[in-house]
Design a protein around this ligand. Structure first.
Ligand SMILES: *Cc1c(COP(=O)(O)O)cnc(C)c1O
Length: 827
């Protein structure tokens, strides 16, 4: 029985009384939970117990609205949006939930009666890190915005036992430690044993004749069970609550009795270990394809479970699957769930007996696909032999799709061999591989990029030939971030100030932030704005002091680059500029240097050698600079370990300068850029990803753009650009590179950075040498601006006032209207 139909029956049952939301009631309920659910007295309760009790009380309130939302969607037969994503980088939920329900102050007061501090309670919640970075965080922002804007949304993903690894830095090097977010249980989730599905792997396909027609039957060699865990996702003001459904793998028979009884205890348990391994750990590679078989198993596992669930729900309400696309939109978040295209075809044709052509139309009308990267090393492909062994029927279907797409593409046209091999789902040039991007593209009615520039580059590069065949399929949907988490919760001081200035309307309609614009000219307002920025900087300084024993001066520019460590994101450019600045401060101590704090944070994929060297270098440079008395506190450098959502919530509001300096053409959108600017940081950045649109919305006086543009990068690469020529012309850059190469920052191992520095001298693939001078000059321009506080602060205010377009509510409205045709804006 599906939960939807069991809920539908309950409509005849009387609705529960609305709960009272005063502090007395909440305090009483918390103590009740403490007593009867946790089994502790107020006196004996530890702070973890208070967290659990508070979560349960908040959860009760969400559940009431959850049932109501689910029943409404069911009764009105509203179209549902299913967001399939391998990653959801959620972060903590308690503060988000309380804030969206409007209960923050009430819960604070209720807990205070027992001398319990809500802030401390919130800090104990583990940070749910079921994602790597931007892609997973986007999925989390979208879930919140769907709930806020009233789109009936279902997130589908994987319940990893171990999320993104915990990062420590030991002797300068990154160390990866297992993450254990489920250690104390997870009060937000509900296990749905009744929603479980069998997922097959391997085995054989045979064709049987039925009523004169051939039907394929797949007999998997191996089967595991996908069990659903549901988490409610509450939107702003608690009006609408959606579901995040994460799948956990279990063995069909926890113990193989035959083997067990035959005395093979270990062998019997190995089987269940193998099943459970599928959802044990998140792959920690961002912008890089993980080619292991287990990864493909994960992808198929959650795709198949989600589709089976979607079909079961549909058939509980409708006679057949021909109208699936009218009732469900399925968004593929990158190619990780792209095997869904073949799997839906299999379910429709083999299991539900639909004709191929009809099934293909349903499939295409149901799916849409978001591309997240143009990096060749990140484009997902799988060796044919692996695919065929693991998913033999899906492989047949992919061949058939390929044949028909090629026939459709060539109909009435003369396509050359180059075009045909470019649009083929099978890459014949690299040992025969399945191209997941092509599969997602041809199986979808809409394909989108995540910023205007990225979408244009998609048309010119990865999907150049498919775009010519299907010229209306690609469209743009620029990313956004939820202002609830990234402004209201992360920056309550600024939120209150905005409310005092322009009234509370912006909380329900973020576009009203624009009313703040004229306040940029108001010295009194700016003073309050800066006072809040200062408090946020002190909060970050306090954290750094506590964790790293490094003192930061809040009068300095807080210049921050936090994101995954990747060569294209160019943390190395920032570090080189830091070293150059250090050397200049030492050589020219009489100049009027503007004090700066350089903050870095981010994780490197465990196998990404260069990224790990960059982390090591940041630490080495920090140690030398921070302990050099001649710097006189004018420059401090910190690398804060274990960047995650909770740390981002403290860092974003504390920034004066936001570093968004990727090699142009490489960052699909960025969302960190949006969080920073929304909180009043000035962006120094390249014309890349959504920075381009930030420039349009902010105006060119309010953002600091430098460097090569995407087409210039492409041209230079084609011309065989080398770094050495530029370095010879740039004494500051040459000196910085030479110092690092000579071991000035790594005396224990002078050659540590030889490869890293040589890669700039030789290939300079990421245009670090090429962009250095423009970057340096723009940084010095910011130094000068800092001294004109009225001007700087006015720009900061205008950043906050003009960023509302980058709300994920706007992104979701566009998806709902243009692609999904679902939700209040989609009809
Ligand atoms: C927003 C966010 C990201 C994405 O940052 P980019 O700068 O866009 O790469 C990554 N990780 C966390 C924890 C985030 O909050």
């Amino acid at each position: 029985m599906t939960s939807a139909s069991s809920l539908a029956r309950s409509t005849t049952v009387e609705k529960p009384e609305p709960r009272l939301n005063d502090a007395d009631t909440i305090a009483t309920e918390i103590v009740e939970k403490l007593t009867y659910s946790i089994g502790k007295t107020v006196k004996a309760a530890r702070i973890h117990d208070w967290l659990e009790a508070t979560t349960l009380v908040v959860r009760d309130r969400i559940i009431d609205n959850w049932f109501e939302s689910t029943i409404k969607t069911y009764e009105r037969q509203d179209k549902r949006v299913c967001y399939l994503s391998m990653e959801f980088l959620i972060g903590r939920l308690l503060r988000d939930a309380i804030s969206n329900l409007g209960l923050t102050e009430t819960v604070r007061e209720a807990l205070a009666r027992y001398d319990v501090d809500l802030n401390l309670v919130e800090l104990l919640e583990p940070d749910a890190a079921l994602g790597n970075g931007g892609l997973g965080r986007l999925a989390a922002c979208f879930m919140e915005s769907m709930a806020t804007t009233g789109v009936p949304g279902f997130g589908y993903g994987i319940r990893y036992v171990h999320g993104f690894f915990r990062q420590e830095v030991v002797d300068g090097a990154q160390v990866e430690l297992p993450e254990t977010w489920l250690k104390h249980g997870n009060p937000w989730e509900f296990e749905r044993r009744e929603s479980s599905y069998e997922i097959g792997f391997g085995g054989k396909v045979s064709a049987i004749e039925e009523n004169g027609k051939l039907r394929s039957v797949w007999r998997p060699g191996e089967r595991v069970l996908a069990v659903a865990y549901d988490t409610p996702v509450v939107g702003w003001r608690g009006q609408h609550v959606n579901t995040l459904r994460l799948w956990s793998a279990q063995s069909l028979d926890p113990i193989l009795l035959d083997a067990f009884n035959a005395g093979d205890h270990i062998g019997a348990l190995l089987e269940s270990n193998k099943a459970e391994a599928i959802t044990r750990v998140l792959y920690p590679a961002d912008s890089h394809q993980a080619g292991q078989e287990l990864r493909l198993r994960q992808e198929y596992f959650f795709s198949s479970a989600s589709l089976q669930d979607i079909i079961r729900r549909h058939l509980a309400q409708h006679d057949d699957l021909t109208n699936l696309a009218d009732k469900v939109a399925i968004q593929l978040n990158d190619t990780h769930p792209a095997v869904s295209v073949a799997e839906l075809m299999r379910l429709l044709v083999d299991v539900h007996g639909m004709e191929w052509d009809a099934a293909w139309k349903v499939t295409r009308d149901t799916f849409s696909y978001t591309n997240h990267t143009l990096l060749p090393e990140a484009l997902e492909t799988w060796p044919i032999h692996l695919f065929e062994r693991l998913l033999p029927r899906q492989m047949q279907i992919i061949y058939q799709i390929n044949a028909e797409v090629l026939r459709e593409a060539t109909a009435g046209k003369q396509l050359d061999d180059g075009t045909i091999s470019a649009i083929s789902l099978i890459d014949e040039n690299n040992g025969r591989r399945v191209r997941m991007g092509q599969l997602a593209f041809v199986g979808s009615h809409a394909v989108n990029g995540v910023s205007a520039l990225h979408t244009e580059l998609m048309k010119e590069t990865v999907f150049h030939d498919l775009h010519k065949v299907f010229p209306t399929r690609i469209e743009n949907k620029t990313n956004g971030v939820t202002p609830r988490r990234w402004l209201f919760q992360a920056n309550p001081g600024l939120t209150q100030l905005i409310e005092e200035a322009i009234g509370p309307g912006f909380k329900d309609d973020i576009t009203q932030l624009a009313k703040l614009d004229p306040h940029a000219e108001d010295a009194g307002f700016r003073e309050k704005f800066v006072a809040i920025k200062r408090q946020n900087k002190q909060r970050l300084a306090h954290l750094v002091e506590e964790r790293l024993a490094i003192h930061l001066d809040p009068n300095a520019i807080f210049d921050i680059q936090v994101k995954r460590i990747h060569e294209y994101k160019r943390q190395l450019l920032n570090i080189l500029e830091t070293v150059a600045l250090y050397e200049q401060i030492r050589s020219l101590p009489h100049l009027d240097w503007t004090p700066r704090v350089k903050v870095f944070a981010g994780k490197a994929a465990p196998s990404y050698v260069q990224a790990k060297e960059i982390i090591h270098l940041a630490g080495d440079v920090a140690r030398v600079i921070n302990s050099d008395p001649t710097v006189r506190g004018l420059l401090k450098v910190v690398f804060i370990p274990n960047y995650n959502v909770s740390l981002a919530e403290i860092i974003m509001p504390a920034a004066d300068v936001s570093e968004q300096i990727s090699t142009a053409g490489l960052e699909a959108s960025g969302t960190g850029n949006m969080k920073f600017a929304l909180n009043g940081a000035l962006t120094i950045g390249t014309l890349d990803g959504a920075n381009v649109e930030m420039l349009e919305h902010l105006g060119e006086e309010n953002i600091f753009i430098f460097g090569l543009k995407a087409d210039e990068v492409a041209r230079k690469r084609a011309e065989g650009h080398r770094g050495q020529g530029v370095i010879d012309q740039q004494p500051m850059l040459r000196s910085a590179i030479d110092s690092i190469s000579a071991g000035v920052f790594s005396q224990d191992d002078p050659n540590r950075y030889a490869n890293l520095m040589n890669s700039i001298r030789d290939r300079d693939w990421w245009m670090i040498a090429a962009d250095f001078r423009a970057y340096w000059d723009t940084q010095r321009q910011l130094d000068v601006l800092w001294k004109d506080r009225a001007k700087w602060d006015a720009i900061a205010v205008r950043n906050t006032a003009r960023m509302s377009w980058f709300s994920s509510d706007r992104s979701i409205d566009e998806y709902a209207h243009d692609i999904w045709h679902a939700g209040p804006k989609g009809r």
